[in-house]
Design a protein. Structure first.
Length: 116
């Protein structure tokens, strides 16, 4: 799904199954140099029991963490933005979504890097 949404409007849904929590990553190739925030259009966050939330981590090509946040139930139906700093030189940027519990669910309406 480019930008977490298909052409027909279907949104990306991450759903833990069985005994496994989801661990999904997306990569944006050849991000131009500049300062960015990551903007997430969050549909639904559905955490189970004593879940610690859904971690969202942004990494550069070398694996260095550029920024992170944790999504909670209260983030449902909102836009979540956080600073990922300066990307230099142009490179691929990866966003990883990791659930804490096996039945945690997440709907992402969109994901985009926004140049500041």
């Amino acid at each position: 799904f480019p930008n977490m949404q298909d052409e027909d409007g279907t949104v990306a849904v991450f759903d833990g199954q069985g005994s496994n929590a989801f661990d999904v990553e997306t990569t944006t190739q050849s991000v131009p140099s500049g300062s960015y925030t990551l903007e997430l259009g969050v549909g639904t966050v559905d955490l189970q029991g004593s879940s610690g939330g859904i971690d969202v981590v942004v990494e550069d090509e070398s694996g260095a963490v550029l920024g992170s946040t944790t999504l909670e139930d209260g983030d449902s139906n909102s836009v979540v933005s956080f600073n990922v700093g300066t990307i230099d030189p142009e490179q691929d940027v990866t966003v990883r979504y990791t659930a804490d519990r096996q039945n945690d669910d997440l709907e992402i309406d969109y994901q985009r890097l926004v140049e500041q």
